[in-house]
Design a protein. Sequence first.
Length: 393
Amino acid sequence: MQGDELADTDRGTDACAAPVIELGGDSTRAVYRDLLRFGPRSRSELSQRLRLSAPTVTRVTRDLLERDLLHALTAVPRAKGRPHEPLDIEENRGPRFIGVKVTADEVHAVVTTARAVVLEELVLPLGATDPGSVQETLLIAVEAMIAAHPHVAGIGVGLGGPVAERRTVVSSHLLGWREPVELAAALESRVRVPVVVENDLVAMVDGLHWFGIGRAYDSFAVLTVGAGVGVATVVDGRVIRGRHHMAGLTGRFPVGVGPDGEPVALRDVASTAAVLRRAREQGVLGPDGGMEELRALLATGDAGALEIARTTARAVTTAVSGLVAVMDPEAIVLGGENVDLVRAAAPDVEAALRLRSGHGQRDLVVRTLSGDFDDWARGVAVIAIQEFAGAAP
């Protein structure tokens, strides 16, 4: 069976409807998910790892092979017994996934393979941020991707704000949404492909955890600075979401005390608005100066711009130190579109973390991500992959 003959079911007859690829039951998902995340294994290894009977594994893998969702690799000879016959997921001709990151200005969409390898990117301007306008722009991007890439098995959407059950946007400060928006249902009614919605930072952390630099760690934290400021953590292999799905997403992490004795929140120092306000107040930028001008000054070694970067880096360092003290992670990952300001003062960050951490924590790994939104969109695609593979959020 060829890749364009994957077993699909049609949920509708709309012109924009796409055929839906369904993976199967719990055992099928467990086998596919293990191969997806951890690579090729033989049937006997799958049986042992997943505690499934040999006949069940044989039945499941035969079905997945016939549907072109798995393929067999070259047999590996053994000193005794039959050769190992590893299986792996079919990535080249397998299902595709769409990830869409929504900002206040643009929609960034990517199409990926089942292992989140980006195949194509698309950026569309966002003319308005009301729910209807955002949905229409999302649909333009998604429908274009579906037309170009058959066999889309899932769509993920990520945006700033808390999201309930990966379906409903509770609110979004950046988009001006104060009431819940049933975004997943609205999109599914048009494209007829499963849609999941998640906070963009949580989605990016899921992407790092499954297929990115977070694979190497059982516990790590991601702190992002940009238009919004947030923290997301993975502890013992699970993303921490919190009772209201708001763990780390408010930017209210205290990093100091103001002149009035009130706590100073991280977002009041490290967000884009806060950085620009400080740069203008200190005369580093003019009244209309923006981030690109500040970056240009940093590139020339301007003293005022460097001090702005150091102030931002110190606030981030304070927040990271608090995270290290509370959760004792293996690694800290710094990201967001303004992470370059932190990079500009990287020696200060590294040195301060070593000084502020406990003696046994001074081997903490500090990594930085690029500020590209495509990294975020790739992470959002991962939540669609998780939904397809049956992973618990």
